[in-house]
Ligand binder design. Structure first.
Ligand SMILES: Cc1cc2nc3c(=O)[nH]c(=O)nc-3n(C[C@H](O)[C@H](O)[C@H](O)COP(=O)(O)OP(=O)(O)OC[C@H]3O[C@@H](n4cnc5c(N)ncnc54)[C@H](O)[C@@H]3O)c2cc1C
Length: 417
């Protein structure tokens, strides 16, 4: 029987934990995933499914505070902050505001881009090799703008993306846009097409990953909530859970937006806030978009699949409030009506919210605990966890296995906080 010498316990069965387990297993490790709920049913379940190398820019940038205030003042704006006494949230917002400058935006952009590009390549390989049935499509993504003002403003972002990040887009103006994407209403100002972007169906990706991991011998324990670690001399020996205690050689916390609740056990600062977003899943409308779309001025996303259609987005900082707000769901359909000829289809199959793990610098934390030499953290993937997951998993497996990392891990170090 094998001992614990090659055993790794991954805490959290979201897309990040799943890809950590995938690469660790490929490296020959004995892997167990434990999840407080069901595998794949956290934020990784019903997100928009964009795998977007184009999304390099962090939330914090010049002008972000002004746009955030404007968005909050709109009754049906995409951003809301629930007013309450929450020193961690106000501290987070203060540090976010300090990063709203060009220098910090570019620095974070390069760190985000490295994970996005590596992940895009890895998705292409893994989905083909492992024959995942997740409706993977590589036709690109359209950033749609309703107004000339929006087009003019976005032209600056496009220039920055092309010149600083080598991420050019194809500009499509008004009339040509309707021919290009007939599901859109006439009268919109235009769009930018990012041809390198892809999309997939997140619940099917998670189901494919689960089947594969089980087949490769990974143990998945669901309904197994981690309460803490049993530690001795700068090492963790056991993870203490609702279902008993389990020993391993290494432990990875891939607990998404819940990670700050475990920070004292991990032994480091984890400035992650839950950023609540919503989605509505439906059958395909008769006139279904061909392309995944983002309505930039309303911050709403549309994802078409062979098997369905989803509207998603909005950002609410309301702590771990688990209510499903009808008002915020309505923001999605109201925005879609402004852009699409057939914005909704019946019957609604799922109304959902997820907590995005938001760091104030938009970069994840991929590092070893400063206090425990065999405890690692892979969390804080903000709005791009799906897009960054394969490279995260690969990097974590390399660092834990003391191999040369395929990406420089420095930008994701925990000590930056
Ligand atoms: C509306 C919306 C749309 C989005 N669209 C996109 C998109 O198009 N593209 C993209 O790249 N990203 C998107 N995202 C972001 C993406 O969904 C997240 O970044 C990603 O899912 C985070 O993955 P994760 O594995 O870190 O967290 P999760 O998927 O939340 O997984 C964490 C897991 O940890 C478990 N856990 C927590 N605490 C404990 C504990 N104490 N013990 C055991 N287990 C525990 C939870 O049960 C959960 O299963 C979107 C998010 C939202 C909300």
């Amino acid at each position: 029987m094998k001992g614990d010498s090659d055993k790794v316990i991954v805490i959290g069965g979201g897309v990040i934990g799943a890809f950590c387990a995938y690469f660790l297993r490929r490296a020959g490790r004995d892997v167990t995933i434990v999840d407080a709920g069901k595998f794949g049913m956290g934020c990784s379940h019903a997100n928009c499914g964009f795998v977007s190398p184009s999304h390099v820019l962090p939330l914090a940038g010049p002008g972000a505070i002004r746009s955030a205030l404007w968005a909050m003042l709109q009754p049906s704006g995409p951003l809301s902050i629930k007013p309450r006494f929450d020193p961690a949230l106000w501290g987070w917002l203060f540090l976010f505001a300090r990063r709203c400058n060009m220098h910090d935006m570019i620095e974070a952009g390069h760190a985000i881009q490295a994970l996005l590009q590596s992940s895009r390549t890895l998705y292409q390989q893994i989905i083909a090799e492992e024959q995942f049935d997740c409706e993977w499509e590589t036709r690109g993504m359209l950033f749609v703008l309703a107004t000339e003002k929006g087009m003019h403003h976005y032209a600056e972002t496009d220039k920055l993306l092309a010149e600083t990040f080598q991420m050019p887009a194809r500009r499509i103006d008004g009339v040509a846009l309707i021919e290009f994407e007939p599901a859109l209403k006439p009268g919109l100002a235009g769009a930018y097409l990012y041809e390198g972007d892809a999309h997939l169906r997140p619940d099917r990706l998670m189901a494919s990953l689960k089947t594969l991991l089980l087949k490769r011998g990974v143990t998945i324990r669901e309904g197994c909530k981690v309460h803490g670690l049993d530690k001795h001399e700068h090492r963790a020996h056991r993870v203490v859970t609702s279902e008993g205690e389990f020993t391993a050689q290494s432990f990875i916390f891939a607990t998404g937006a819940w990670t700050p609740l475990l920070a004292e056990h991990i032994g480091c600062r984890v400035p992650i806030q839950p950023g609540k977003g919503y989605s509505i899943t439906m059958p395909r409308p008769t006139l279904c978009p061909k392309y995944p779309l983002i309505f930039e001025e309303h911050r709403v996303a549309v994802t078409p699949w062979r098997s369905g259609y989803r509207l998603g987005s909005t950002m609410q900082f309301a702590g771990y409030d688990a209510t499903l707000s009808r008002k915020r769901l309505a923001i999605l359909t109201e925005a879609a009506k402004l852009y699409l000829r057939e914005p909704v289809a019946e019957p609604i199959q799922e109304e959902w919210f997820g907590w995005r793990p938001m760091t104030y610098d938009s970069k994840p934390i991929l590092d070893r605990s400063p206090e425990l030499e065999n405890v690692w953290i892979a969390a804080g993937h903000n709005m791009l966890g799906l897009s960054m997951a394969p490279a995260t998993g690969k990097l974590m497996a390399e660092m834990i296995g003391s191999q040369a990392p395929h990406l420089d891990p420095y930008p994701y170090r925990g000590s930056r906080f």
